[in-house]
Design a protein around this ligand. Structure first.
Ligand code: IMP
Ligand code: MG
Length: 176
C-alpha cells in the first residue's frame, strides 16, 4: 500500500485511548440498562464500532444500516436512501447510533429522521470524528472522539473511493 500521500493526523495509540474513554462513558451511562441497541452506519463505522463494543459491559444488540446519498461521492447531498436496512425493530428501545465522521451533518440528520420514525425510546449518537467547519445543518452528537480540521481523512474505517479503510491510524489524504 502506498502511504506516501497520507499525512498522519491521529495515531493508533491516541485512537485506542479515546475509544476506551468513550466506552467508559457509555458503560457509566448504560450500566443499569438491560438492553441497548448499537446501530452502525456502514461502512465507515465498522472498525470504530468493533473496537468500541469490545469495551462495553452492558447487554447489547448490534445491527447495521447502510445508507447512500445521491450526488457526488465525496460530498453529501442530504438526500439519503436506505441501501440495506436494519434487521431489528427499534420501537421502544434504547438506541446508540455509531458513525465514523460527521461533516456537513446532512446524512446524519436524514438518518435521524428515518430512525426517529421507528419510535425508539431513546436515540443518541456517538461519532469518532467531527469536522465542525463544514457544518450545514445543526446536529450535535452525544459522544465524540475527536474534532478535526477541514481536511479529507482516511484510515480506521474511513475511505477514499473504498481505499485505506484498513489503516490503524487516521491520516490526511493529500490532493493529487
Ligand atoms: P455528512 O456529515 O452528511 O457530510 O456525511 C458524513 C459522511 O461523509 C461520513 O459518514 C463519511 O462517509 C463521509 N465523509 C465525510 N468526510 C469524510 C472524510 O474526511 N473522509 C472519509 N469520508 C468522509
Ligand atoms: Mg459514513
Amino acid at each position: 500500500m502506498d502511504l506516501s500521500k497520507i499525512k498522519p493526523l491521529i495515531t493508533e495509540k491516541d485512537i485506542q485511548r479515546r475509544v476506551k474513554e468513550l466506552a467508559d462513558e457509555l458503560n457509566r451511562t448504560y450500566s443499569n440498562h438491560s438492553r441497548v441497541y448499537i446501530i452502525g452506519i456502514l461502512r465507515g463505522c465498522f472498525i470504530f464500532l468493533s473496537d468500541l463494543v469490545r469495551h462495553l459491559t452492558f447487554p447489547l444488540v448490534i445491527d447495521f444500516i447502510s445508507v447512500g446519498s445521491y450526488g457526488k461521492s465525496l460530498e453529501s447531498s442530504g438526500v439519503v436512501k436506505i441501501i440495506e436496512d436494519l434487521n431489528v425493530s427499534l420501537s421502544g428501545e434504547t438506541v446508540i447510533v455509531v458513525e465514523d465522521i460527521i461533516d456537513t451533518r446532512l446524512s446524519l440528520s436524514a438518518v435521524d429522521k428515518i430512525l426517529r420514525a421507528r419510535k425508539p425510546r431513546e436515540l443518541r449518537y456517538c461519532a469518532l470524528l467531527d469536522k465542525p467547519s463544514r457544518k450545514q445543518v445543526e446536529f450535535e452528537v452525544d459522544w465524540l472522539g475527536f474534532t478535526i480540521p477541514d481536511e479529507f481523512v482516511v484510515g480506521y474505517g474511513l475511505d477514499a473511493s473504498e481505499r485505506y479503510r484498513n489503516l490503524k491510524f487516521i491520516g490526511v489524504l493529500a490532493d493529487d
